[in-house]
Write a protein that binds this ligand. Structure first.
Ligand code: FAD
Ligand code: UQ1
Length: 450
């Protein structure tokens, strides 16, 4: 036995191990040999950063692998949100209160909730630092920190949200303002934006436009509304099959789409939005609005941008098939904070969770990861108060549909799935580690043929 073990015990052994740059296995040995202090641990076999969709889901799965007492989640927020329903909250079809639950109720029982913010990662020493001055070490690390909303990169925001006629479905504090702006709409331009950065749920910026159009129709205001989608992108959607259908809806519903237009300023007191033309540097256009829906620029969380686990753009740098870090074999990532080249959604997180679970279990047994992530992601494109086109696709932007009917059609059944079934699946199965995406269902429904 190490002579150290005779003088240091419990959490202090962990700290000392981190200090000495001992690997996690040796650190674990130290703790076992000295009798662990289980009440104030600062070492976990599996440490999860972020208690959102990916973090809670992976903690539930890791609890089954290594036991609850060996898993911890670092998460500062008191409430956990099911963000996909915010599209419907912004359109007045669901209550905001239905989207959130206390974080304490979604942390798997027995798993430690470290209520703090991660402020530094030190993967060379197998430890992280939190804003309450703690150092926590680990054997395996799962990074699930999500994507950061950068409203302040638009001049006039976020303070502009204090004015009426402006909302944003992307934040808990602004989503109800979208519904208010819709209700207050009288006459003029209703503008919907898409920023010049990667974002989560890339369909959401236009879903609220279709819902707004439907709402204006329902309330007799449609003829007074000029509906404009100003997007930084050069196409309406990244998968041709669904882009073609959306183009047809846009034509039929008389919606205006302007490409390569990036929102740079909001003059909320004057109800004016300023856009730069990405094809003509320096050229800007001021448009007055009666309603504005902002999708903010987004980026990797600040704590990751400068950390050794990030790629040049700040995202967690993963092998796109195994979800193992490219440089640190005991580090893994899931969800919006990663550089997996697929669309950032909870559906993608579900599919990733099944793969990552397998990858980690094999690494734990000193075996090579075998299961490969195909990039599965899904975007229920809400096109009205009872219609959804269920887009599902892979890394190659090829449709990967679950159901044995054409999902390129607007359907009531898919709306009901999005609005009523998915939340149940999320809270009761995914967060408990029992939903790894619909691949098995797809095989079953396609009689094993895809
Ligand atoms: P999150 O669930 O965002 O979790 C990240 C967590 O990390 C948060 O809890 C945060 O508090 C925590 N965190 C951040 N920084 C730190 C730190 N420094 N220290 C500790 N913790 C930290 N997906 C779909 O599948 N279908 C949809 O229809 C859909 N629609 C959407 C509509 C809207 C309006 C929005 C906003 C999202 C939508 N999504 C949809 C996307 C989906 O919600 C996300 O892709 C998913 O939640 C990503 O999970 P995540 O774990 O990566 O990030
Ligand atoms: C899904 O798995 C998922 O994660 C829980 C979503 O997030 C909210 C989705 O929106 C969708 C569509 C899926 C895919 C599930 C099926 C049954 C097609």
């Amino acid at each position: 036995m190490s002579p150290l073990a005779t003088v240091i015990s419990g959490p202090r052994a962990r700290l000392f191990a981190c200090f000495l740059r001992l690997g996690a296995p040796q650190a674990k040995l130290l703790q076992l040999h000295t009798g662990a202090n289980l009440t104030a641990k600062n070492y976990y076999e599996v440490l999860v950063l972020g208690g959102g969709s990916g973090g809670v889901t992976m903690a539930a799965r890791m609890k089954r692998r290594v036991g609850a007492e060996n898993v911890a989640i670092v998460e500062p927020s008191e409430r956990h949100f099911y963000q996909p329903i915010w599209t419907l909250v912004g359109a007045g079809a669901k209550q905001l209160s239905s989207s959130g639950r206390p974080t304490a109720t979604v942390i798997p029982s027995g798993v430690e909730w470290i209520k703090a913010r991660v402020v530094g990662l030190n993967p060379d020493k197998n430890c992280v630092h939190t804003d309450n001055g703690k150092e926590i070490s680990y054997k395996y690390l799962i990074i699930a920190l999500g994507i950061q909303l950068d409203y302040e990169k638009i001049k006039g925001l976020p303070e502009g949200f204090a004015h009426p006629k402006i909302g944003s479905n992307y934040s808990v504090s602004t989503v109800e303002k979208t519904w208010k702006a819709l209700q207050d709409f009288k006459e003029g331009n209703a503008i919907f934006t898409f920023p010049n950065t990667p974002i989560k749920c890339a369909g959401a910026p236009q879903k609220i436009m279709y819902l707004a159009e439907a709402y204006f129709r329902k309330t007799g205001k449609r003829s007074k509304a000029n509906i404009i989608f100003n997007t930084s992108l050069g196409a309406i959607f990244g998968v041709k099959k669904y882009a073609d259908v959306l183009q047809e809806i846009i034509r039929k519903r008389n919606l205006t789409v302007n490409y390569k237009q990036n929102l740079i300023e909001v003059r909320a007191d004057k109800q004016e939005a300023v856009f730069e033309n990405l094809d003509k540097p320096g050229e800007t256009q001021v448009i007055s609005y009666e309603m504005l829906h902002v999708t903010p620029p987004m980026s990797s969380p600040d704590v990751l941008k400068t950390s050794p686990v990030a790629d040049a753009a700040g995202w967690v740098d993963l092998d796109k098939e195994t979800l193992q870090h490219k440089k640190y074999p005991n580090v893994f990532g899931i969800g919006d904070c990663t550089n997996l080249p697929t669309s950032r959604t909870a559906a993608a997180v579900a599919a990733q969770s099944g793969i990552l679970d397998k990858t980690i279990s094999l690494i734990m047994k000193n075996q090579k990861p075998r299961k490969k992530y195909d990039g599965y992601t899904s975007c229920p494109l809400v096109t009205g108060y009872n219609r959804v086109i269920l887009a599902e696709f892979d890394y190659n932007a090829q449709p990967l549909e679950t159901f044995p009917f054409d999902q390129g059609k607007e359907r009531l059944s898919m709306y009901l799935m999005k609005a009523d079934l998915m939340p149940i699946l999320y809270w009761n199965m995914m967060l408990r580690g029992y939903w790894g995406g619909p691949a098995f269902l797809r095989k079953l429904l396609h009689l094993g043929m895809s």
